[in-house]
Design a protein around this ligand. Sequence first.
Ligand code: ADP
Ligand code: MG
Length: 241
Amino acid sequence: MIKITNLHKQYGELKVLKGIDLEVPKGEVLSVIGSSGSGKSTLLYCINGLEPIQKGQIIVDDIDVHASDTNLNSVRQNMGMVFQQWNSFPHLTVLENVALAPKIVSKHSKSEALEIAEKQLRHVGLGDKLSQYPSALSGGQQQRLAIARALAMEPKCMLFDEATSALDPELVGEVLDTIRLLADEGMTMICVTHEMGFAREVSDRVAFFHEGKIEEINQAEKLFGSPKSKYLQKFLSKVKT
Ligand code: ADP
Ligand code: MG
């Protein structure tokens, strides 16, 4: 589904990704953990073509994302991305916010777009908020709105970048529950997260990033249970697991 080979990425002189090799098969949930600045977000931006790369290859669903003749819009339609915070359109209702992309990007009719939007909002547990405005939603509900919006494009995989880190602690659970639901449904996902409990429970595998490289990657239980790298051991001793 996603195959990354010898990926190198730098911003100017700053080398951020220094040779990433990674394969995520269809249906796998991979969590990415690691210190701030280790290149986790940059990896996601490279996967969905938001950032150019200097070397290597990223194949998503048989498409070479960074080939010069690749249509990035069609690549991105297959990948849903959820960031720390997403600014919804305040003057549109929750339903209209989610219906926007199916209408404009996927060229569905207005009624089809609204139908898709309603389906995905129910999917993430916001079926009772359709006609509300985003400002009436809690932070957790706004993140679920962002997830519904990504799902409305009917993506083949989802990329999450610390989707819960801007939330008050009591709102984290509902968003993680939604991501867990997608995992159970078999969605292919890469989740950058600092929720170690979630990573351990939901992921098939976990990759630990250190200074632009995958320092260690393993099944979640093994990576947390018997970390080999001394950097990973140190990282885990500092974060709550
Ligand atoms: P992480 O998500 O693991 O915290 P990032 O991928 O955001 O790490 O950043 C990795 C490194 O790249 C950091 O040193 C950061 O300052 C730098 N960086 C990120 N984005 C840019 C950018 N647009 N221009 C220059 N440097 C950047
Ligand atoms: Mg980041």
